[in-house]
Design a protein around this ligand. Structure first.
Ligand SMILES: *Cc1c(COP(=O)(O)O)cnc(C)c1O
Length: 431
């Protein structure tokens, strides 16, 4: 599959090149040249397909012929070595648990898939790359874990000092090997800006091949479309109008859901659920797109002021505001509302949600007010113990730590503190 730049000022390129480069030379995000819907029989027969079979069929057009079919089968199988259960809360609301991977974040899937693609492209050691990634919380751990030990790939992770949870920080600063963490004196937007500047700095890119592992990278972004298919498989015999409420930050996840819909998955509607960083909610109300600096919330992985994937969403809906609005709603919720929702979910359904999932739950409730016939699935994007302070403070009950979390808690943090782009550049050049 070839990819074009959404800035339309760079040549089209292969999947391999899109993954290795991350961003097009004109700074645009890459988008696939075509999307061919899967045959109806695929969806009719979905009950008989395993998760890896579903994923293989869904992704193959986007990665072939650069990744041969037998290699792709292995990549998909290794990527998806855990469960994606749907848990029903009531007749109208379920949650899709995306936190059963090694770092208990939904980003595990994209990170593991992308790492394996890069590993394949570097098979003859000719393609060494440095993955540069900014994280507002979960990306860092998932990327660090997904790329750990992959030959020919060095990973440098930037995270905002004091703005990620202790567990998140441990997950991205304790692995060693080919993974380095940089603690940035600033916000997530500062981290993201530094990463973008590095990609555009020729004095750097002439010396090393840099790529990103944020959802701007097609190999991180596209595999997220699997989730929606896995949920559909579990729900389509019970419910007709399936709606997904996606807690959104950079809008990669919800945009991947829209790709699943483009492939023919019968999804009725999307709800993009936001915390107070609500540029898209405001856009759908006013048709004015006004990014703002991010504000800090308890759902910190969604503290994004200028969501990078929104441009892909615009492309999917051909820049048609009405068709976008018909397919997507967006709501924004405060931290207090989020805490109340966590308590409500716990009291009513004996279910412990993390703050991001709780924002998704609130999105479902808002949507159901005018669409009572729908079945709304909110994506539970992180395990609640990754936000232990908030969760225990709200539900007033101690949470047992899962194995994956316990394993990192005792380890020593290793990170270098940086304050400016110059610091980042110095760090990269001296390695
Ligand atoms: C990254 C993240 C999100 C937001 O996903 P986007 O694809 O950036 O919209 C939501 N919840 C959690 C826990 C995350 O880590």
């Amino acid at each position: 599959m070839n990819y074009y730049s959404l800035n339309h000022k760079a040549p089209n390129t292969t999947f391999e090149n899109a993954v290795v480069k991350g961003l097009a030379p004109d700074k645009g995000l890459y988008f696939p040249e075509s999307i061919t819907p899967l045959p109806k029989s695929f969806f009719e027969n979905i009950d008989n397909l395993s998760n890896t079979e579903i994923a293989f069929e869904a992704i193959k057009q986007f990665v072939s012929p650069e990744i041969p079919k037998d290699v792709l089968k292995t990549i998909v199988e290794e990527t998806l070595s855990f469960d994606f259960p749907v848990v029903k809360l009531n007749e109208n609301i379920s949650t899709l648990e995306l936190f059963h991977g090694p770092t208990m974040a939904f980003k595990d899937v994209g990170a593991r898939f992308m790492a394996r693609c890069l590993g394949y492209f570097n098979k003859d050691n000719s393609n060494e790359v440095t993955v540069l990634v900014a994280t507002s919380g979960d990306t860092g751990g998932a990327v660090a874990n997904g790329f750990l030990g992959v030959k020919g790939v060095n990973v440098v992770i930037l995270y905002p000092s004091g703005k990620v949870s202790d567990i998140q920080e441990k997950q991205l600063t304790t692995l060693g090997q080919n993974i380095k963490a940089l603690e940035v004196n600033g916000t997530f937007d500062d981290c993201q800006a530094m990463v973008k500047e590095a990609f555009l700095d020729e004095s750097l890119t002439s010396k090393m091949q840099l790529t990103s592992a944020n959802s701007i990278n097609v190999a991180r972004w596209l595999p997220q479309l699997f989730y929606f298919m896995f949920a559909y498989k579990q729900l389509h015999n019970k419910y007709e109008d399936i709606v997904f409420s996606v807690p959104s930050g950079n809008f990669g996840n919800v945009c991947a859901g829209m790709m699943a819909q483009q492939l023919g998955l019968p999804i009725k509607h999307f709800v993009a659920s936001n915390n107070e960083n609500n540029v898209v909610t405001r856009y759908l109300e006013s048709e004015l797109y006004e990014p703002k600096p991010s504000v800090q919330t308890i759902s910190n992985a969604m503290d994004v002021g200028a969501p990078s994937n929104f441009i892909r969403i615009q492309e999917i809906y051909k820049n048609n505001f009405e068709s976008l609005k018909n397919n997507v709603s967006s709501y924004s919720f405060s931290d207090d509302e989020t805490r109340e929702a966590m308590l409500e979910i716990y009291n009513n359904y004996n279910y412990v949600a993390d703050p991001h999932g709780a924002v998704g739950y609130l999105g479902c409730k808002s949507h159901l007010k005018n669409n009572p016939e729908a079945h709304c699935v909110f994506l539970e994007t992180a395990h609640p113990t990754k936000f232990l302070d908030v969760v225990e403070d709200v539900i007033k009950e101690e949470q047992p730590l899962p194995e994956q979390i316990q394993a990192v808690m005792g380890k020593e943090k290793e990170a270098s503190l940086i304050s400016s782009y110059e610091d980042l550049k110095t760090f990269l050049l001296k390695r």
